[in-house]
Design a protein around this ligand. Sequence first.
Ligand code: GLU
Length: 484
Amino acid sequence: MRTRFAPSPTGFLHIGNLRTAFFAWLMAKKTKGSFTVRIEDTDRAREVEGAVESVLRLLHWAGIAPDEGVMLDDAGKIIEKGKCGPYIQSKRFDLYRKYADQLLKDGHAYRCFCTSERLDEMRKKQEKLRQAPMYDRTCLELDPAEVEKRVAAGEKHVLRLKIPREETITYEDKIYGPMSFKGHTVDDQVLLKSDGFPTYHLAHVVDDHLMEMDLVIRGEEWLSSVPKHLILFRAFGWKAPEYAHVSLLLNPDRSKLSKRQGDVAAEDFIKKGYLPEALMNFLALLGWNPGTEQEMFTIPELIEAFTLERIHKSGAVFDLKKLEWLQGQWMRKIPAKDFADRIKPLVVARFPDAENDASFLQKATLIQERITFFPEAPDMLGFFYDDPTVGIDLIANPKQKVEAADVPKILEILKKSLESIEEKNWIKDSIVAALDAAIASSGLKKGQLLWVLRASLTGRAYSPGAYEVAEILGKERTLERLSI
Ligand code: GLU
């Protein structure tokens, strides 16, 4: 299947659009087809500098780089590749004009000279009468000779599509199912603006045909425009692609996910430190489900499992908690050595001693089980490098059933039992054995003893386990920290 993603470079890439792009990419990969990126920059006024590059960088980061169309080369430069180029609409204006002329000649389009003032007035009247806003076809009635005269005189005008009003237009959406539109409810869409620039409606139909698209996956905001597009395909004598319209993303209160309610720019998720594996896994599960309990998917697994039939047409709630959970899960999957290499510069920046630390890998492995984002690493590992200040208010903890009055006694028991381990036997197993013996003889609960040990060694309520920390700290430093 040939699929495409067709962003307009008008600003940041909305996270929902990244999902749409991903679905299109997945369908191309699943069918061993090709994924094209086309830049829809017909609205030059709204163009934002650098937007194309940032969209492409995001797709590359996400692992869904295009096979064809506009992409980044190895040096990060924007290039175009493929047999159907150019893939940037502003380079194709002559082409759209040629096809617009053909529609005019064949009677599928007509010139409209109505000024914006007249159109505003018309709309106001329609509003008063509670009619749907729609062009009233004044210019369709014009005498052809008069039209010629006005064009020759250079009068400003647009080109409109002539919708067959008596017809019912039907098609089967891959997500929404059978759809049907009465022709009289569809507006005569502007195809060419008065400055000769095409609208989205004309440009993308021409492009989807010439670029041989089999399937168009796009946001549901385009659903109501499908009849216009199908009529255009038919007017040209072309076969229309299949359509799959993807629902909106929603906030937990089911309002539309928008900038006001937090981050919606895909870029923000990179900045926050999300792994591409986690973000793409999360996006795939927004509105799609595999029909099983599986939640973690690699990209190859998604290619295998993904089907359009399992995408819901109702809006998908953007559940940040789930995204964070997936992020944690994907952090655990990173090979230990890679994980240590990723966090090392961050930790060294705060604790220079980490640079030549022979047990850095061991330490990193301890926090890999708990971390959500890389930048948390220095905080999580800090107690290995700087002696923590540990107050009684941390150690005495009712939840752990440790009273302030008992702390000196527990510290003594810990010290005594750990002192008995020979330096050369200082490994986790011996520490466990020594503490088990202390628990048996003292009558203390395991939880009490381990809490006091852990809190004293790390100075933190949340940290890796006591045995592991003690093992890495070594006998001397462990006993030192118990002596405060
Ligand atoms: N340029 C359109 C947009 O960004 C593309 C819609 C489509 O995929 O056809 O909404």
